[in-house]
Design a protein around this ligand. Sequence first.
Ligand code: MLT
Length: 297
Amino acid sequence: MSEPSAAAAGQAPETRLVKIDDGRRIAIRQAGTGVPVLLLHGFPLDHSMWDGQWQLVGPGGLADGAARLIVPDLAGFGGSDGPTSPSIAAMADEVVAILDALGGGEPVVACGLSMGGYVAQHLAARHPARLRGLVLVDTKLEADTPEARAGRVDLSERVGRLGPRIAAEAMVPRLLARGPRPDRSEIETRLRSTIERTSVATIQTALGALGDRPDMTAAAAGFSLPTLLVVGAEDMITPPECLERAAAVIDGAELETIPGCGHMTPMEDPAAFNARLASFLRERIVTATPPAQRQAR
Ligand code: MLT
């Protein structure tokens, strides 16, 4: 599906609701033509964190004619029905149900930020035949430490008592790089309002899923997909060392560290992020031989 005018203006194209096999309606936006590239948002955000990527597929954009962006809100987030899937593995299965509902069956490039990156890793491990490339952004392979898990339990309890604004207060100050930037308050306001619109139930379920997620290091050593790793040089949540460790484990992975960015690299420097994603798509995906069918594990 091509919706060039919205994409050219860098705005999200119109939202469509697709019903997945269990009856949940998922909000999806798509634009562009070419290799399907799935953009998976972080926690507790939605599609709008990828608004700076639509220009990639607008007329004259760096991936114009090369990529079709598919941007869902995971169940319970943004405009999608809940309930939120209870584990990262279940979120990956939900994504497969979304792709099935969209039809076509063509393998996609899965690009996920942070929680979306955990989901993308589980897609690569559970459903490798559905992928033809992997882009992991501001994320990590390792499970939570006991302290991080305890922090999630505490945040979940406080969100239950005081509402989603507590999640915004805890997270927003840590999402962007610290340096001055003219649009800081605009980006922070967008992030805060997305988080505050997310339901308590979704935040609590996702916190449980994040805290329980397994270490994916051993699984990632078996990935055989073209892989790009991107991290903001000043990411406080998943610092560059996380992606450096992933680069050492994932065969043939390319690592890009983007200066001046924190945890929200695609929002903080869309031009640098888009250029790197477009060159990866061009050099490792579009011109590459389609992958042999892989067996689902
Ligand atoms: C995210 O941005 O998705 C979260 O920070 C992920 C996490 O807390 O591990």
